[in-house]
Design a binder for this molecule. Structure first.
Ligand code: 8YV
Length: 315
């Protein structure tokens, strides 16, 4: 970095991450992409890299406010908030943080599936509210092991989920851009056929325009009244209106959702649905994994400023 270079940090970071960014790059902190416009021109001219975190759009307009920008280092594997085409057109490189979060996101998907099947939240309430002592045993629920699971998107995270569910003796089905080397697992060319074949449908797609509404009303109908939908990808991948309708009319048994449209201000109708496990987009939210993601983000910035090859480039 030359003395005129500046790393701008966008998003909400832990104190440790802020300190590490400040130590490594003297990074200056902003709240969201909209705040770039509030910086004076001289500061904006100095910015060569952005450490980006969050889900507010970072597009051409924001990039054009930073004429010397060369890198957007995303904190997260999903970079749908960043307009990568606009970045490429401006010769701006984009990096993300793949792999280091696979385990945690897969763990959360499986946990939501178990919570759904075994009604763990409701059963916990049964014990805590004294009903166990008053009324006796909690009503029987649903066996998960040995069931049929469908993974929508067998990428890095999807595969971790499938591997875990195979450990639960489940029959694994999946859709993907193309069939993969997965002996014993069943490939489906389209999501409706996948949904018809399984009890649990787990969405592990990338976000963005190409997957918007991929889990459509038709897919949800195919999953049916015994079906459970788990989503750890992005809220955009599911037709949320169709999902709420199906959940509230018994056309779908339940859902486990870590992601939503308009999060964190999610559709309030979800709060009234007892058959939904709601998680606040915390798939990668462990101390260990967030530290690894933060380090990978910093390592990409360091590589860029040193003129070395980026570790995990997107474009
Ligand atoms: C976010 C995520 O990075 O990696 C992703 O794609 O969705 C999360 O891990 C996290 O919420 C910080 O924005």
């Amino acid at each position: 970095m030359t003395p005129t270079d500046c790393v701008l940090t966008i998003g909400s970071y832990s104190d440790a991450d802020k300190a590490a960014l400040a130590d490594a790059f003297g990074a200056r902190f902003l709240v969201g992409p909209a705040d770039i416009a509030g910086l004076d021109q001289a500061t904006r001219d100095k910015v060569t890299a952005v450490a980006f975190k969050g889900h507010h759009p970072f597009g051409a307009a924001e990039m054009d406010l930073l004429p010397n920008l060369g890198l957007i280092a995303n904190f997260g594997v999903g970079y749908d908030a960043i307009d990568v085409a606009a970045a490429s057109a401006r010769n701006v490189r984009v990096t993300n943080t793949p792999d280091v979060l696979n385990d945690d996101v897969a763990d959360l998907a499986v946990a939501m599936l178990l919570m759904q099947g075994r009604e763990m939240a409701q059963a916990s309430d049964w014990a805590r509210s004294g009903q166990w002592a008053e009324k006796g045993e909690y009503p029987l629920n649903r066996k998960v092991s040995g069931g049929r699971a469908g993974i929508v998107g067998l990428g890095r995270i999807g595969r971790e989920i499938a591997d875990r569910l195979a450990g639960f003796k489940m029959d694994i089905h999946y859709t993907s851009r193309r069939e993969k080397e997965t002996p014993g697992w069943t490939f489906h060319a389209d999501p409706v056929s996948l949904a018809e074949a399984v009890d649990y449908l787990i969405v592990a797609l990338v976000g963005g325009a190409e997957t918007a509404g991929h889990v459509s009303a038709e897919v949800i109908a195919a999953l049916g009244p015994r079906g459970v939908l788990i989503n750890i990808s992005r809220g955009t991948t599911v037709d949320e209106e169709a999902l709420i309708q199906a959940l509230s009319t018994g056309k779908l048994a339940g859902a486990g959702l870590d992601v939503f449209l308009n999060e964190p201000k999610i559709d309030p109708r979800f709060y009234d649905l007892p058959n939904v496990v709601i998680q606040p987009h915390q798939g990668s939210g462990t101390v260990e994994t967030r530290a690894a993601m933060a380090k990978l983000q910093r390592d990409n910035i360091a590589a860029y400023t040193a003129g070395s090859a980026l570790l995990t480039p997107v474009n």
